[in-house]
Design a protein around this ligand. Structure first.
Ligand SMILES: Nc1ncnc2c1ncn2[C@@H]1O[C@H](COP(=O)(O)OP(=O)(O)OP(=O)(O)O)[C@@H](O)[C@H]1O
Length: 292
């Protein structure tokens, strides 16, 4: 579990994180979202002890990162500005990490396989494409078989195969009961990967909720209805408490009444329907609404 309590981080006169509190629970994927400069990377860096909070704290499994005896076995992280010795091979890089963190060398082969880079393990990391570098970063994050995994923009630079691989990996990590915190700017990706969302803006919490709840709260569902008798249907639906607008002749957008009830109302009124389509906002629309 990750617990962020009243976290504040200032860089000179810039307040990157401004009194942020949230909890990341095990067994589910938590998406960490926010516009550029919202403070996501700073928060993630504070969680893994790379940035010292100005005040407040970030705990991993009840302790600060640096108070863990074997932190890499507790938390694995892929952060945007990772440091890889470019002249080293992927295997040597991982072996060095394993050695300095008391992780059995056998894990290196396992994570190279898992990350799909076993075939290029002997190549210098400096020659890696962006996507292969991401895979190596994720392999490093998984090296200590940690209960907590933090991935900052993991699909950055990956091809469609890689994106699918990361999506499946993240879901499996959560299904194993691990705590998974993932940041991304790709809303369509988050919509299919995350169970829970923590959304920040200007270093503050904007929402701590599920994908479904956020969409329902910020951008309520509606039903699109087409009928040659739209005017009569509009008053019948309004009489039943629906909020109805008519963006063009013969077309209605209905909120506050589910599609089956609209169909029943139309039948009772003897109104012919040409279309009855429930509409749900996308996560992207809800996010734009929230962060606007
Ligand atoms: N080392 C630093 N020194 C000074 N300012 C910094 C430093 N790191 C971050 N900041 C500032 O803190 C704010 C938050 O940055 P941060 O990188 O955490 O945001 P982010 O949500 O990760 O953004 P992005 O989506 O662009 O990666 C920004 O205004 C940034 O310029």
């Amino acid at each position: 579990m990750i617990e962020v309590h009243d976290l504040v981080k200032r860089y000179g006169s810039t307040t990157a994180v401004d009194g942020l509190s949230f909890t990341v629970e095990p067994g589910r994927v938590t998406g960490f979202l926010g516009p550029n400069g919202a403070g996501k990377s700073t928060t993630m860096r504070a969680i893994v002890g790379l940035d010292r909070p100005t005040s407040g704290q970030a705990l991993v499994n009840g302790k600060r990162y640096r108070d863990h005896r074997a932190p890499l076995r507790e938390v694995g992280a892929l952060l945007e500005a990772r440091s890889i010795h470019r002249g080293r091979s992927a295997r040597t890089h991982l072996l060095a990490l394993a050695r300095t963190h008391g992780i059995p060398g056998g894990r290196v082969g396992e994570v190279l396989e898992q990350a799909g880079i076993a075939a290029v393990a002997k190549r210098r990391a400096g020659t890696f494409s962006l996507g292969m570098g991401q895979r190596l970063g994720i392999a490093a994050a998984l090296l200590g078989d940690p209960a907590v995994v933090i991935l900052d923009e993991p699909v950055n630079g990956l091809d469609p195969d890689g994106v699918l691989w990361v999506r499946t990996l993240i879901r499996e990590l959560a299904a194993d009961g691990r705590t998974v915190l993932v940041s991304s700017h790709l809303m369509s990706e988050m919509a299919v990967t995350a169970d829970h969302l923590v959304i920040i803006g200007g270093g503050r919490l904007l929402a701590d909720t599920t994908v479904d709840e956020l969409i329902a709260r910020v951008a309520p569902a509606s039903v699109t209805v087409r009928s040659p008798d739209a005017v009569r249907l509009q008053s019948a639906l309004a009489a039943r408490g629906a909020t109805v607008s008519s963006p063009e002749t013969g077309l209605l957008s209905v909120a506050g009444l589910p599609a089956p009830e609209i169909g029943v109302t139309a039948a009772a009124e003897g109104v012919v329907l040409h279309e009855l389509t429930p509409r749900r906002a996308t996560l992207e629309q809800a996010y734009m609404e929230l962060t606007a």
